[in-house]
Design a protein around this ligand. Structure first.
Ligand SMILES: NC(=O)c1ccc[n+]([C@@H]2O[C@H](COP(=O)([O-])OP(=O)(O)OC[C@H]3O[C@@H](n4cnc5c(N)ncnc54)[C@H](OP(=O)(O)O)[C@@H]3O)[C@@H](O)[C@H]2O)c1
Length: 238
């Protein structure tokens, strides 16, 4: 296996999540140095136990919907590491809610904060670092709902549409600084949580965290410079 990401510096937000855990593990398998945020120390410990070389992994406790905490997270990152090659922002969340007419402002804001504001805050910090080093790659995660806009998922779908738009803007702004930004758009990811929530579903149709992680790895490689501003559909067979 050629390790083209050896000694790359990567931030994976949401590394304790269903997708994030696999993304962290796959970058570490490539011998990259990975930093993630966490909220619950027990979940961070579980992540450390799951990866093959935990010495390549650093966890920083932070709520990444808070501007202050995102700033402290990146400050601590910069204290430890001088450069940032890749940001993978997996952090986000789903709310299977109500029709727009029945959506509370509280739920609406919660979805925008968790998905869109967290992406804005983290990519803003990462872009700043990448701009000063004149290189870098940013990956964000939206959802299939940005294409089919199903009912009762309005707050989520709008927040993820914002994530996609923000990523495309970053890609345009990144052209002058050799920064590429792409947005991954999964259908249903084959996570433990989804299997619990949909026990009768056919999991073989879903996209796996490993398939998504491997795409991130592929696109992080130094030779992958042409792809930017793309909306990458990773739907499996859904
Ligand atoms: N699962 C799917 O089928 C699916 C489909 C399409 C798109 N997506 C998107 O793919 C991404 C990953 O999904 P997933 O299923 O892996 O989600 P997940 O298992 O719920 O993981 C979310 C991660 O974000 C962290 N997080 C949530 N709120 C946070 C906050 N305020 N501050 C800091 N960390 C926070 C969680 O930390 P804790 O561990 O502390 O909770 C966890 O690490 C998300 O953006 C999601 O919207 C998922």
């Amino acid at each position: 296996m050629s390790l083209q990401l050896k000694n790359f510096h990567v931030i994976v937000t949401g590394g304790t999540g269903g997708l994030g855990m696999t993304v962290v593990s796959e970058y570490i398998r490539q011998e990259a140095t990975v930093v993630t945020n966490y909220r619950d120390p027990a979940k961070m410990k579980a992540l450390e136990d799951a990866v093959r070389n935990p010495e390549r992994l650093t966890g920083i406790q932070a709520d990444l919907t808070s501007e202050k905490e995102v700033h402290s997270f990146f400050q601590e990152y910069r204290r430890k590491f001088k450069r940032l090659d890749v940001l993978v922002h997996t952090l986000g969340g789903f709310w299977m809610g109500a029709e727009i007419a029945d959506t509370s402002l509280e739920k609406w804001i919660m979805m925008q904060n968790l998905n869109l504001t967290s992406t804005f805050l983290c990519t803003r910090e990462a872009f700043g670092m990448m701009k000063s080093q004149c290189s870098g790659k940013i990956f964000t995660v939206a959802s299939q709902t940005i294409e089919n806009y199903p009912g009762k998922m309005g707050a989520y779908a709008v927040s993820k549409t914002g994530v996609m738009a923000l990523t495309r803007i970053l890609a345009n702004e990144g052209k002058s600084y050799n920064i590429q930004a792409n947005c991954l758009v999964p259908s249903i990811i084959d996570t433990e949580e989804n299997r619990k929530a949909m026990p009768d579903a056919d999991y073989t149709q879903w996209v796996t965290p490993k398939e998504i992680a491997q795409l991130f790895i592929q696109l992080s490689k130094p030779e992958s410079k042409a792809l930017s501003q793309s909306v990458l559909r990773v739907y499996g067979k859904v």
